[in-house]
Design a protein around this ligand. Structure first.
Ligand code: SAM
Ligand code: FES
Length: 337
């Protein structure tokens, strides 16, 4: 559905009652992606990172983080857990960890794919064009790389050792390599304007993304952004709703960050445009160390607990788990559905 920049800015304004916007987004979601919700098992396999993003708790140099890295066998074990819990996709996420370079990752991907046949999403940051091709050939189907904000000035303040144009070049390379591509932003960043949030949403559409993730910014006390104001759930929900309306059939998760700032955050997101959940299946002993922001939910639960919690949540909403891999509804190069 087309909305121009002015209309999007007006709908993002905190002065406007969001009820109508949320109802429209729920309708667009129901008509275009259905009632079923895709469960993607999240494996946070390393919290080592070479970058120093100002907002991120696992940034290099944060001495308060207990660093860990799962072994290939532990990652494979997590994938087996996903199979047991009847998840069809795993999301392998980490900091930009030089130990797990694309060659090392490729051999893990091959092992996981051969044994489990699961769909695999990667979220491992910026790499070269050739390395993205290697990861795709090794069996990864999808890739998440948030551009974090469309505001060039804000981006360079928040990510002092990254380059705005390179981030978007990576998104183009991912698409060229045949990945189903996801991107996204944080909402409520200090200094983020309604205009730039509207530009984020217009960019989601222009980039023809398969998946869009939006989460509220949550200030981490162990980062340079300690003490900054957090984003609100409502601003994040407005962005989810507008993204659904404007991009129509993208996969949009009800994110962990939403559930972390409001106990009903994910349920609310599922009722205004979201159609994906990402239950954590990382080993219990490391969960609290993947500490992007304070108050992160699901750090003491076992994978089975999260699965039960998700099913109860869906039942309560009158929704059900999706069957099948939940590949892109846009991409033509997707693996068999
Ligand atoms: N290293 C990869 C990358 O940067 O694309 C993937 C992992 S990164 C930790 C995953 C996402 O966490 C980021 O894209 C960012 O949006 C989110 N994140 C990090 N710190 C956050 C914070 N303080 N509040 C909310 N989201 C945060
Ligand atoms: Fe790791 Fe930003 S701190 S990618």
């Amino acid at each position: 559905m087309n909305m121009n920049r002015e209309e999007i800015i007006a709908a993002l304004s905190p002065d406007k009652d969001p009820a109508e916007l949320f109802a429209l987004a729920d309708k667009v979601r129901r008509e275009n992606v259905g009632d079923a919700v895709h469960l993607r098992g999240l494996i946070e396999f390393s919290n080592h990172c070479r970058r120093r993003c100002y907002y991120c708790g696992i940034r290099a140099g944060n001495a308060r983080v207990r660093r860990y890295r799962l072994s290939p066998e532990q990652i494979l074990d997590c994938a087996r857990t996903a199979v047991r819990l009847n998840y069809k996709t795993i999301v392998m996420q980490s900091g930009e960890d030089p130990h797990y370079d694309p060659k090392a990752l490729a051999s893990i991907l091959e092992a996981v794919k051969t044994e489990t046949g699961l769909a695999i999403t990667l979220s491992v940051g910026e790499h070269s064009r050739e390395d993205y091709k290697l990861l795709r050939a090794a069996g990864a189907d999808r890739f998440l790389l948030r551009f974090e904000t469309s505001d060039r000035r804000l981006f360079s303040m928040l990510k002092p050792d990254s380059d705005y144009d390179t981030r978007f070049r990576c998104l183009a390379w991912l698409k060229e390599a045949g990945f189903q591509v996801g991107s996204g932003v944080m909402s409520g960043l200090p200094g983020q304007s309604l205009e730039s949030m509207a530009d984020d949403i217009l960019l989601f559409k222009e980039l023809e993304l398969d998946m869009v993730g939006i989460g509220p910014f949550i200030a981490n006390p162990d980062t340079p952004m300690a003490g900054a104001h957090n984003g609100t759930l409502e601003a994040a929900l407005r962005m989810v709703a507008l993204t659904r309306i404007v991009t129509v059939n993208t996969h949009i998760p009800a994110t962990t960050a939403m559930g972390s700032i409001d106990p009903k955050g994910r349920q609310k997101a599922l009722r205004c445009g979201a159609n994906v959940l990402m239950p954590n299946i990382s080993p219990a002993e490391h969960r609290s160390d993947y500490s992007l922001y304070p108050g992160k939910i699901c750090v003491s639960e076992a994978p089975e607990d999260c699965a039960g919690c998700m099913d109860a949540m869906l039942k309560n909403l009158g929704r059900a788990r999706a069957e099948g891999f939940g590949h892109s509804l846009k991409s033509i190069e997707a693996s068999p559905r």
